[in-house]
Design a binder for this molecule. Sequence first.
Ligand code: GLP
Length: 239
Amino acid sequence: MKFIKFKNEIEASQYAANEIIDLIKKESKVQLGLATGSTPIKLYEILVKDHNENKTDWSKVETFNLDEYLGLPENHPQTYKVFMDHHLFSKVNINKSNTHFPEQNSINYDELIDSKKGIDLQILGIGTNGHIGFNEPGSELNSLTRVVNLTQETIKVNADKFFNGDTKDVPKQALSMGIKSILKAKKIILLAFGESKQDAIKKLKESIAFDINFPASALALHNDVTIVIDEKAGENIDL
Ligand code: GLP
């Protein structure tokens, strides 16, 4: 794992955006793995700005989102489909039929990704408890896309960020790509910003093997992972 610390979230997001833009320009077809949450919002903003100013062509890009809540009505503002439409898909020239999310019969999601020759670049965030996607502590290394139960910690964090603090409005389950699904990506960039991610990043830096209680540790087993953080997330860490 390579760690890169930037002065702030904007510079860090610009780095990840450049990686995506370079890939889109270089390859005739690109498969991107995308994340939601507060962390990648700036990244998507930069990608939209780039599309408007430099006409980067998204018509040959296919996307696979990491996860989706279970049990929210289809157009609920907090579904990850609506999130992605709002922040990226409706603002670039991507073909909507090339955007994918895990569905209830999600057993097919990994097969779909494999049939498209896999994910070229996977963007990840990290939960304060070390979850990636919605792979909470206890997720197996060989897990594929499946229904997962969210922990109280994740429900509380997401309630505060996205559901006006009301934990009862946050779904208790989600569909998530598994840890094995994530590790199949050719390249992975994990973004983490702010003080609340300090402990998770410190633990990630110390990870040398998979620890089932800290799912992000699985990234230590992949050969092309870049951890992109801001000064706050990396404050107490020697890189
Ligand atoms: C969420 C998402 C993850 C995300 C993580 C961090 O619940 N399911 O994909 O990376 O938790 O979220 P945030 O970026 O809001 O800190």
